[in-house]
Design a protein around this ligand. Structure first.
Ligand code: F6R
Length: 609
């Protein structure tokens, strides 16, 4: 979704803002803009489309040098993507960028219009700009004006604001939308997301909800929700700038798939002691786990699919009932939540609005909340009782790959931890189950990456089709759902995931000569049944691609193409299949010429409901 960058220091802010905007591109956007201090006031340049359009505009309109400015990538919510609706929004006195949604913007707009204020855009953000401006005209004090306006604003916001009469200063405020302050040798920054500042510094302070702040080239002042000055320590982010670049790969997505072996090793490192999962550093204690009678896993999209994998692992190992639900549904259906229940939120970004809202509901109801999150210090991480970080490193491509893989790994380990603490598995059984995770998964994932070219060849047939099915049983059905989502989101091929045994209850009517059906089979105990389902579609002319473990005995003629992955015990071949279908989606989308890292209409972190 939208991105914010701001810089004040002793270098030209223009290239710094532009590079920050490029680093935020992955979040998804449809327009971009900057405002900087010029000799006679604030200069704003903004334009619909790619950041390169903004660069062209800046270059074609003369030399722009300024040591302080703000920038924004917009993902349209109120009003179509257009030059005028893009940020920054400005008045005579200030210029402002905003992430989030002003929910009561219509009421505020009416109020301002009745006082004679004219509006240029259709956005909720311009309402905030004009509201702050109104207060500023009364007191001529930016912070006072901001605080007064914030009292009237309902919704979510991260603001970056510059005032004409306060050159060199950037004012900020946040509520339910992430914002950080960073400090480097060339000056200070504000940003909505870490990659925006990584090129210059890794020292950040994450603002809390209701904080306001003012930065200049050599000072950072933060005020808490009561308006009191607050001293905060800078934390050092371990992500490097290189990890947020493509490092020679054609796309971030491919790079991130190739990072999976390492991400798995990092994520399990220190979390298995003598063969037994250990989340004591995360605060997950036997006393808490022993009381758990039911588990609710809540997430969105790919993270929700990792949650379904978690259900299989937990129910299989720990024999505790697990409900998995889409966060946007969970909140609004009055779920039955009991105090002893455990709530697990899965989120790569840690900022997904629906997942965050579901977590807040669970906390309100007194549930024990644990989040599995990739971005340190994100809102979901901060608001959970305990947090288990997936150590995938930054995920830039919109389509989640390595984050999904390590979410599944954490769910596997957590399931064993719950089973062990709940005395559902013996020490020996747990050790046997962690052994392949420690010794095999990373290596076997590397093996799968080695046949990326082979997968690409198979995709030639797929790249031409417009519809396909993924089928599987049990855990392979959970994988089929994710395979289907991955393919459709980046290649725009319509695909559906079906439990293999369910197809014949209606949908098989769509299978005709040449229909592509990808079957997933890692669970040997279900192979016979899945095989029958493959025969059913084959008999109707389907073109069958089989993703399976190399332990599966595949009869001659059952499929047209086969992608065999190394078998790993304990359901862990699923991770190899996941890697293979991610490559499958990637190569198909590439052959179709799609914008793989930034698929249409999608945003990396979905901070609106
Ligand atoms: C798809 C994808 C999305 C996210 C979903 C949740 O590839 O990435 O479906 O999984 O938007 O995002 P997070 O995990 O950040 O909560």
């Amino acid at each position: 979704m939208c991105g914010i960058i701001g810089f004040t220091g002793q270098e030209n802010s223009v290239p710094i803002l532009i590079s920050g905007l490029y680093a935020l591109e992955y979040r998804g956007y449809d327009s971009s803009g900057i405002s900087v201090f010029g000799e006679d006031g604030i200069i704003t340049k903004k334009v619909k489309g790619r950041i390169s359009n903004l660069e062209d505009k800046i270059l074609s309109e003369g030399n722009l040098y300024s040591e302080c400015g703000i920038g924004h990538t917009r993902w349209a919510t109120h009003g179509e993507p257009s030059d005028v609706n893009s940020h920054p929004h400005f008045t005579e006195n200030l210029s402002l960028v905003h992430n989030g949604i002003i929910e009561n913007y219509a009421v505020l707009k009416k109020e301002l219009q009745s006082e004679g204020t004219a509006f240029l855009s259709e956005t909720d953000t311009e309402v905030a700009a004009r509201l702050i401006d109104r207060e500023y005209l009364i007191c001529r004090d930016p912070l006072k004006a901001l605080n007064k306006a914030l009292k009237k604003i309902e919704g979510s916001y991260a603001f970056g604001i510059i005032f004409r009469e306060y050159p060199g200063k950037i004012f900020t405020a946040r509520k339910n939308s992430p914002l950080l302050i960073a400090s480097g040798s060339i000056g200070n920054f504000i940003a909505s997301d870490i990659p925006a500042i990584l090129k210059y510094t890794n020292k950040v302070i994450r603002l809390d909800d209701y904080d306001t702040a003012v930065i200049s080239k050599d000072s950072v002042e933060i005020y808490d929700k009561d308006g009191n000055a607050s001293t905060r320590e800078f934390e050092e982010i371990s992500w490097s700038y290189e990890i947020a670049t493509k490092s020679g790969y054609d796309h971030f997505m491919l790079k991130e798939i190739f990072e999976e072996p390492e991400a798995v090793l990092k994520t399990i490192s220190g979390r298995i002691k003598n063969g037994i999962p250990n989340f004591s550093a995360e605060g997950i204690s036997s006393e808490r786990i022993e009381k758990v009678g039911r588990i609710h896993i809540v997430a969105c999209g790919t993270a929700m699919h990792a949650g379904i994998m978690g259900k299989y692992f937990i129910e299989n190992f720990a024999r505790i009932p697990v409900d998995v639900e889409i966060a946007s549904e969970f909140r609004y259906r009055n779920p039955i939540l009991n105090k002893g229940d455990m709530f697990i939120a899965l989120s790569q970004s840690g900022e997904t609005a629906d997942t965050l809202a579901a977590l807040r509901l669970a906390r309100e109801k007194g549930l024990y909340t644990v989040s599995v999150v990739n971005v340190a210090g994100s809102s979901i991480a901060r608001e959970s009782d305990e947090v288990i970080y997936t150590l995938a490193g930054p995920e830039i491509a919109v389509a989640s790959t390595k984050a999904y893989t390590v979410q599944c790994v954490v769910m596997y380990l957590l399931a064993l931890d719950i089973a062990y603490k709940g005395k559902r598995m013996t020490q020996n059984e747990v050790m046997l189950a962690t052994e392949p995770l420690v010794n095999e998964v990373s290596m076997r994932l590397s093996d799968v990456l080695g046949f990326s070219g082979y997968v690409s060849d198979i995709c030639r047939r797929i790249a031409e089709c417009e519809n396909m099915f993924f089928i599987g049983r049990g855990i392979d059905y959970a994988l089929a759902m994710e395979a289907s989502l991955k393919l459709k989101e980046i290649s725009y091929i319509n695909s559906e995931a079906y439990a293999a045994g369910e197809l014949k209850h209606g949908t098989i009517s769509l299978v005709t000569e040449g229909t592509v059906v990808a079957a997933i089979a890692t669970d040997a105990s279900l192979w016979e049944k899945t095989c029958s389902n493959i025969k059913e579609v084959k008999a109707r002319g389907a073109y069958v691609i089989l993703f399976c473990g190399d332990n599966i005995d595949v009869p001659e003629g059952i499929c047209d193409s086969i992608i065999k992955v190394p078998h790993i015990d304990g359901g862990l071949s699923s991770l190899c299949v996941a890697c293979a279908f991610q490559l499958f989606a990637y190569h198909t989308a590439k052959l179709r010429g799609c914008d793989i890292d930034k698929p249409r209409n999608l945003a990396k972190s979905v901070t609106v409901e």
